[in-house]
Design a protein around this ligand. Structure first.
Ligand SMILES: Cc1cc2nc3c(=O)[nH]c(=O)nc-3n(C[C@H](O)[C@H](O)[C@H](O)COP(=O)(O)OP(=O)(O)OC[C@H]3O[C@@H](n4cnc5c(N)ncnc54)[C@H](O)[C@@H]3O)c2cc1C
Length: 307
């Protein structure tokens, strides 16, 4: 794959071998900035299909997201994607952010509704001059320019959705509005993802659905991830990892084995690639990319990075 900063995610993921992609969050301070850029530089040599940068809850990181994506677009060879959430913004403000992204050379946007600031499960109140659902943001972005748009998907249903069938219809509605691919909420066992993919295919849609995977490097990630995402914590995994509780290194080794097996199963099931929630670190993602053979091997490319 050759990269130019103007590539679209669709161009980059529509290839004949599985890819990997990485999600970052915008740093809050200089230390975070240095950590992020260390990770970006280490992952850049592995040629991820794209890297994305989240948009802070309630629109809190608007400037930092735009700045980070702009720097990735101008200072690296990477294909970048900015997340954008509708919450707390008027439609005019959203148009302004979309314009800033276009001016920064960003062609890919992940369109999200976002959660209410403070309590993600609190009452959703739309901005009086804003949007209600992500499908409207997809349509707004598509009307604003030649953007490639991705959306969120939920293997176990969005926490606000009463049932999976309705939730799948909402995802399909985002594809109908112009989204070209979806990335899922993190999950720990493959069945929910595979069933979601079947439901979307049965509805007649073939947009790629990319599994979002968080490397299980610590007990905290193991317990916090599902808590924040609404995905179940499988009992079999709790039992498998219980013997390593309290032993940081042993838990990491076992957790990474679990993550590797999950990715292997997904790839065997024909997923186009894996989107890693890397928490602005490069080591665990690099280990998984190496295990799964997801990086093209160039002479002189050293895959393993120092811890
Ligand atoms: C890959 C990924 C990346 C994310 N990145 C960020 C980020 O950068 N910043 C951030 O703040 N949050 C982020 N989130 C979290 C996301 O904003 C929340 O999960 C939010 O609650 C849902 O966003 P959505 O875009 O899926 O909303 P929607 O698709 O609008 O869905 C929200 C709820 O409304 C329902 N619904 C959707 N459309 C309709 C409709 N037309 N009529 C009636 N009901 C409808 C859905 O079924 C669902 O229950 C991310 C999530 C994922 C999976």
């Amino acid at each position: 794959m050759t990269t130019t900063f103007a590539s679209t995610v669709t161009e980059r993921i529509n290839v004949d071998r599985p890819f990997f992609a990485v999600e970052f969050f915008p740093p809050k301070d200089d230390r975070g900035e240095a950590e992020l850029w260390r990770a970006i530089r280490r992952l850049e040599v592995l040629d991820p299909a794209y890297v994305s940068v989240t948009y802070g809850a309630g629109g809190s990181s608007r400037d930092r997201t735009v700045r980070t994506v702009e720097r990735i677009a101008t200072d690296t060879t990477l294909c970048s994607m900015a997340h954008l959430t509708a919450v707390s913004h008027s439609t005019d403000e959203l148009r302004h952010v979309i314009g800033s992204l276009a001016a920064a050379g960003v062609r890919n946007i992940m369109a999200l509704r976002g959660d209410p600031p403070g309590d993600p499960l609190g009452e959703w109140v739309a901005h009086p001059d804003g949007l209600e659902y992500a499908d409207q943001l997809v349509a707004l972005i598509k009307r604003s320019g030649p953007f490639c748009v991705g959306v969120a998907a939920f293997p176990y249903g969005h926490p606000r959705s009463a049932e999976l069938e309705t939730d799948t219809e909402r995802l399909v509605g985002k594809f109908r509005a112009g989204a070209e691919f979806a990335v899922t909420q993190l999950f720990l066992e493959p069945d929910g993802f595979l069933r979601l993919r079947d439901r979307v295919a049965a509805a007649g849609f073939d947009q790629p659905i990319i599994p979002g995977i968080m490397p299980l490097t610590s007990e905290k990630t193991f317990h916090k991830g599902p808590e924040l995402s609404g995905s179940p914590l499988p009992a079999a995994l709790v039992e498998r990892l219980a013997p390593y509780s309290g032993d940081t290194a042993a838990f990491r080794a076992a957790g990474m084995e679990v993550t590797g097996e999950l990715c292997e199963r997904l790839l065997a099931e024909g997923v186009p690639g894996i989107h890693f929630y890397c928490l602005n670190r490069s080591t665990a993602t690099t280990e998984l990319v190496e295990r799964l053979g997801l990086a093209p091997r160039h002479e002189g490319t050293r895959l393993s990075t120092p811890a």
